[in-house]
Design a protein around this ligand. Sequence first.
Ligand code: DC
Length: 224
Amino acid sequence: MTKPIVIAVDGTAASGKGTLAKKLARHFGFAHLDSGSLYRLTALGVIRASGDPGNEADAVAAAGRIDPAQSDTPDIRQAPIAEAASVVAAIPAVRARLLEFQRNFAATPPGGAKGAVIDGRDIGTVVWPEATSKLFVDARPEARAHRRWLELKSLGQVVEEAAILADIRRRDARDSQRAVAPLKPAADAALLDTSNLDIDAAFAAALALVKARVEEALEARPRG
Ligand code: DC
């Protein structure tokens, strides 16, 4: 079997990793998976079932019921769901439950795509350590909070920027300090700080970092 081509795009909340992952996928014609949406769908499932996101049994049951095809639903983009997602994501049994779907996606990207771009927190460290190319995307918390504020404003949601900054700091701390698969760059990840970059500049930088390895892997694939 040919080795799957996988670009792992890990990073902090609102660092721009999702947008970069989507653009990289489009550029190479690869399939894209936003792994955070799996944790968000799990959180939404717990809350809709009137469960407790911090309760292992509730969270694992919800993780087993998610439908990844629903990852476009705007319901999972609400702040309370982001917060609950960070809580369920700290439960090892939830992570174990969601691992197989992510690994299958990497091994056999949907639609017969030649490769996959997966964004998240632990793609390069746990989900697919042998990724072709790994990026770790970050930005100053203030820059991330401002972006999130602009994004929410464009959706007609009025939220204090200071409150968003506090949320981001709390999520960063929980995601980085958890015992299992904490948020941290893989030893072989290329670091990309997007604090002072607009999306086009960030994409150009990301592409420059991954291009050589991905093109080499594409070249090495048998034709046909
Ligand atoms: O990237 P995001 O904001 O949609 O992620 C939602 C939460 O899920 C976040 O708090 C961290 C968690 N997450 C994770 O633990 N591992 C991943 N691979 C992706 C997301």
